[in-house]
Ligand binder design. Structure first.
Ligand code: PMV
Length: 342
């Protein structure tokens, strides 16, 4: 029996992940690399209890038992299924998972990133405690999280801050090579971003209408400019953004973050049938944020925004945004570190 508790932050993608490579079915290898910042204030706390058994999974979210017929349950069960092809011993255990988000699951902020990151770290620590494996490093654990949810891969590295998830398949000789190379690592610690604030804005979308997993599969198959978007971001936009981060040239970084968000939503619109994640409030947020030198906006698979700005501008922006969506729908956070045992 092992009993482990982990708290993991969620993250906001600056260069987005959107699509698994069709050459590697079932391995969850992305078509492109992505980068993100951990959001210190939005976390999932997961307690995992494991014991030798019949591979039963029980799962509760925010104090409510998730039934076997529910989609969330299928995500977790399938995760353990994929996991046991890599770690055979996983099949010999039963799992009791209790997860709590400190933000509303339906707020549209990605709880799958913090949720599967916390679960992957807890699984690794539990299996180490049970003597099944030597200590697994961040790199291996990020690969485990990848099998649950792509964005979770980037929440795993313990230093956190700015994290890159490498697509990994360039030059890979086989599936195992590509899978091992598609991992996440921290490039800049949170202290590098001490001047910046992340302002998280709930634009009132509730639960996503098109789940990211289904949406991205459609985009890979049908979006007109999909592969040129992939290669342009891999070769141009992502390396340029990393250069602006290294120099702390925040004005230039803000421009590129906006461009990456706009590019992603264009790919969604070019998907057949088109996917529209933004709503009127999202568009008002874009206008309110003002010129690119001053702040960035970015939207994942939903209408909610994360606005990135210099701290000394954050107060003004926060009150303007509160005027639009109400004070309790605006949360300011710092860039955060990675998961901790707790
Ligand atoms: O982790 P998933 O499968 O829910 O996909 C996340 C996709 C985006 O949030 C839109 C982009 C990203 O890189 O996080």
């Amino acid at each position: 029996m092992a009993d482990v508790g982990v708290v993991s932050p969620t993250n906001i993608a600056l260069v987005k992940y959107w699509g698994k490579h069709p050459r590697y079915p079932g391995l969850f290898i992305p078509t492109k690399s992505s980068i993100s910042l951990n959001i210190a204030s939005f976390t999932t706390r997961t307690r995992l209890r494991t014991k030798k058994g019949t591979n039963e999974v029980r799962f509760s979210l925010n104090g409510r038992k998730v039934g076997e017929e529910e989609e969330e349950f299928a995500y977790v069960r399938d995760f353990f299924g994929r996991l046991s092809t890599r770690y055979r011993f996983a099949k010999r255990y039963s799992y009791l998972i209790e997860s709590r988000n400190n933000f509303p699951t339906a707020s549209g902020f990605a709880s799958s990133a913090s949720g599967f990151s916390a679960l992957a770290v807890a699984f690794a620590r539990a299996m180490e405690e049970q003597g099944e494996t030597p200590r697994l490093g961040d790199r291996d654990v990020s690969v485990i999280a990848r099998l649950g949810s792509g964005s979770a891969t980037r929440s795993v590295p313990s230093k956190g801050g700015l994290v890159i998830w490498h697509r990994g398949y360039d030059g890979a000789r086989n599936d195992d090579d590509a899978s091992a190379a598609s991992f996440a690592e921290s490039l800049y610690r949170p202290s590098h971003f001490a001047e910046l604030a992340l302002i998280c804005v709930n634009a009132g979308g509730g639960q996503k209408k098109v789940k990211s997993r289904a949406g991205m599969d459609e985009s890979v198959k049908t979006a007109k400019g999909y592969w040129s978007w992939v290669e342009n971001e891999e070769k141009e936009l992502l390396p340029s953004m990393l250069r602006t981060v290294r120099r702390k040239d925040w004005a230039a970084m803000f421009g590129l973050v906006r461009e990456a968000s706009d590019n992603f939503h264009r790919v969604c619109r070019e998907t057949k049938p088109p996917i529209a994640y933004l709503n009127d409030t999202s568009r008002k947020i874009v206008r309110l944020v003002g010129p690119p030198e001053q702040a960035a906006y970015t939207f994942d698979a939903g209408p909610n925004a994360v606005v990135i700005a210099l701290k000394d501008r954050a107060k003004g922006l926060r009150s303007a945004l509160a005027g639009l969506v109400g004070k309790r729908n605006v949360v300011q956070s710092a860039v955060g570190a990675g998961p901790v045992e707790a």
